[in-house]
Design a protein around this ligand. Structure first.
Ligand SMILES: [Zn+2]
Length: 308
């Protein structure tokens, strides 16, 4: 099991189909588990995908259309039922606070969950933990909507050959990492000599939106970009009318932002039997790796690029 992976719980926009549940995405990022946009049926999809309620440490909702949020009542109640003991933070557009409250208390249950609401008030950093910084940006959709991205801090990759050549071994490696310099065999060794910059990994989550600057900013340099592609390019007029992206537009966002892996999702039921068209449209614009998400897919965050 990869320690950084996307577990796809559902991939349908608006109406679920025989093969696609409403949206839902679980991002495993080391010890953290981020649940994005739990649509209706998410609790059961979690069961199929072996994701437990206690693995969720953070919930991020882009907006409160039903296909992105009607799973919240079930998931939150399940977390209480399972006695999830840790604090869970929830992020959503601040303008929709009332709707979140309604969903949280949609039915009667014994609420034991330590849920900390941290609505997104403005563009920028939402929260920071050691393994990532979570950022949000307002997207362009008919209702208040935000997209998210996770940015791991840059670090340094140790070079075993350089360490060995300078006689730095065992616990001295950790000391050198902490202090930045060390004396080994009568010689001063600096961290720069035995390591190289290691760029942090980035994950971007761009849901319902028209093409807009924020979508490109969120996707900037993403190792994995999860992007809505509700419509095929042939239906660009519908995408425009309803405030959505076509697969080709998702491809352009990935290409111009330097994303590495594009995950297409939020698929309209009209493409149930011809969703390959979406892949073709996106590939016209983006030469990198593209996955058309299917329910219960597990997609590893691509290994770090050596140098960028
Ligand atoms: Zn939607």
């Amino acid at each position: 099991m990869s320690n950084r992976e996307l577990v796809v719980l559902g991939t349908a926009s608006q109406a679920p189909t025989r093969h696609r549940n409403h949206n839902g995405y679980f991002l495993r990022w080391d010890a953290d588990g981020l649940l994005f946009d739990p649509g209706e049926g998410t609790q059961r999809q979690m069961l199929f995908a072996d994701v437990t309620a206690s693995q969720i440490t953070r919930i991020c909702v882009t907006h409160f259309h039903g296909d992105h949020s009607l799973g919240l009542p079930g998931v939150l109640q399940r977390m209480s039922l399972d006695r999830v003991a840790h604090v869970v933070e929830a992020h959503y557009p601040a303008e929709s606070h009332e709707i979140f409250t309604r969903l949280r208390h949609a039915s009667l249950f014994h609420d034991t969950l330590a849920l900390r609401e941290r609505p997104v008030q403005r563009d920028g950093v939402v929260t920071e933990v050691p393994s990532f910084r979570l950022e949000a940006r307002a997207l362009s959709h008919p209702v208040p909507t935000v997209g998210y991205r996770l940015v791991e801090p840059d670090g340094r990759r140790m070079l075993p050959g350089e360490l060995a050549a300078r006689g730095v071994t065992g616990p001295d490696i950790g000391r050198l990492q902490r202090a930045g310099r060390l004396s080994a065999g009568g010689q001063l060794v600096t961290l720069d000599q035995v390591s190289e910059p290691r760029r942090g990994q980035r994950f971007a989550f761009v849901m319902d939106t028209r093409p807009c600057d924020a979508a490109f900013e969120l996707a900037d340099g993403a190792d994995m970009l999860v992007c809505e592609s509700t419509f095929a390019d042939a239906d660009a007029g519908l995408a425009r009318d309803y405030g959505h992206l076509t697969a080709g537009q998702a491809g352009r966002i990935a290409a111009e932002s330097g994303a590495r892996l594009l995950v297409l999702t939020h698929i309209s039921q009209r493409y149930e039997s011809r969703s390959a068209q979406l892949l073709d449209d996106a590939a016209e614009a983006f030469g990198g790796q593209i996955v058309l998400a299917a329910d219960l897919d597990r997609i590893a965050v691509p290994k770090r690029a050596r140098r960028r």
